[in-house]
Design a protein around this ligand. Sequence first.
Ligand SMILES: [Ca+2]
Length: 251
Amino acid sequence: MMFFPIYDEKTYTFENQLEGTLSTDIDFVDNDLSDKHWTTLIRYDKNNSNNYLQLRDLNSSLKVSIKNFWNKNHRNAIVEFDVGKSDEINGLNIYFYEGGENRIIWMQLYQKRIVTRESRSEWKIIKSGFLESNRFYHVKIVFNDQKNEFTCYIDGNNEGIFKFNVNSKKGVNYLQFETIESNDSEYSVYIDNIRYRWIPTNQIIITSIIFLFEVIFIITITLNLIVSRNNKKAKQKEITPKNENAKGKQK
Ligand SMILES: [Ca+2]
């Protein structure tokens, strides 16, 4: 008998994709077709025997997007991914959307820092003085929809708690990566191991009910044990005087 919270979970490693595969055939990637000045494709890293996704921006004024539409809104999500850039100047937007327009979280990897927008005008630094080119960093985001904030971990270190860009009413329903407009003719960002989880509302109810039954079960068993012990003691007390009487008669 165990009590575990249950998560739905999906992970995208791009390992089932062939090197060089273009965007339209890539599982999970949904391109914004209004922008022709980019490619998204699968790359293979021989040293680590690993496939990853490359978002390649080829134009100075346009943007690259990939989208992952979750089939419905989810609260209290936990999202992780590995991300890197081809240089130390250009950048990447990371958005978590609620419905069509609300950007609950708007993070940026730009130059040598990661920032997040806590209101319409206020950017807050999550971590600065890092982001070397051509290496992956692990980002983990734990949502707290009740408080409209999230905890951010970079390479396993807790970088603190940050406010949502806008308050959440329903929870997130998709994640979007987008290259930031650049003056360079070409640059890339790299993405891998996108993993997301959440506690579905019906699971919270079901696990709570199971947990309640478990508590009731344990209490019932404990009470039964106490009652049966007391009954035994009472019976022993009843028997003892009779035996003594019997012994007395024998004499
Ligand atoms: Ca991979």
